[in-house]
Design a protein around this ligand. Sequence first.
Ligand code: PLP
Length: 399
Amino acid sequence: MIYDFDKPIERLGTDCEKWDGLKKRFGSDGMLPLWVADMDFPSPEPVVRAIAERAAHPVFGYPMRGEDYYDSFIAWEKKRWNWDVKREWCDYVPGVVCGVAAALMGFTAPGDGVLIMPPVYHPFRNTIMAQGRQVVNAPMKLENGRFEIDFDALERGAREARALILCSPHNPTGRLFSRAELEHIAEICERNGVLVISDEIHSDLVLWGKKHVPFASVSDWAREHSITLMAPSKTFNIAGLVTSIYIVPNAKLRAQMQHIVGGWMHISGGNIFGLAAARAAYAEGEEWYQQMLRYIEGNVEYLDEQLARRVPQISLIRPEATYIPLLDCRKLCEGELGMTMDELQQFMLNTVKAAMNEGTLFGIEGTGFLRINLGTQRASLEEFVRRLEKGIERLPLRF
Ligand SMILES: Cc1ncc(COP(=O)(O)O)c(C=O)c1O
């Protein structure tokens, strides 16, 4: 089946954070919503069908995940990344963030250091602080337009930390980590006794045929000292169905996770529609998935090329993975114009009329950057570039 990702779809009035939540988040609406990480595309047809079929039965009691649910995920991982996941390693968690929070709760204590690599997905910092743990930063370094891991900072940070929250692939830098990089991370963590909580929610969103390497697969040590979190939510655009998965090969760690998630948080029941959707997505979503990736790649190419030609003051940090890369706006923040982050955001919201996430949401390393969501129709990006070009012309200074 051929999917038409160019076809606009009305999301206003569908209880949708990205569109209906604009006013609440940014103070007004009517802007191009290029922020929160979901896509303006209908989910794969088999997913929509599976939900409709399940909805046709009018009892929505507690669900039970059958073996076919886990089999569909295990087969997907094998096919995608040649990762052999054992059935007993896997269990359900509603969201990846609450899985990260549960792991922090289970494997660290108040006052412990927890490493992150900013600029990085902001709820990591929030959950570390909310649980009374200490944030230990090992910031990524921007070198020749690409964010790189600072292994010296990571080694220094690891000496003070009990756990690392890894974001792989990395949101918002769009970095896909190589096996060598992940092995290096594993060596540092092993040397310092640091447990790895690996958020791999974006692992399927790898562009141009590159390969994701699951952290747990890089060494025996990594397998036995990691909690991996994955989900069909980004891959198939079903975040509203709150269905995710944790993979913990080490039996002792797994028992502790199960105790927290299932035992006292009591959040292991699951969502009956999420269950139907995830199973259908993994088993039958491949066609949609491949076409979606090609469309996102087209969006990346389009924006990169158009900015270089028409708005050279802003450039795209080309993502290797994810559809939510950074726009480098630092030229607007430097020199005589010298916009603050707030002024940059106000310019985007009021003049360009586009809503994006401030880079500083992900840490001070994001100063001068905005995160843009490319999971949308090409026409929205065309409109964005048009408005941006005009808006830049109206700025008081020439570049
Ligand atoms: C790296 C990362 N982890 C987790 C999430 C959210 O996961 P969930 O909604 O399952 O908690 C996101 C959403 O953008 C993300 O980018």
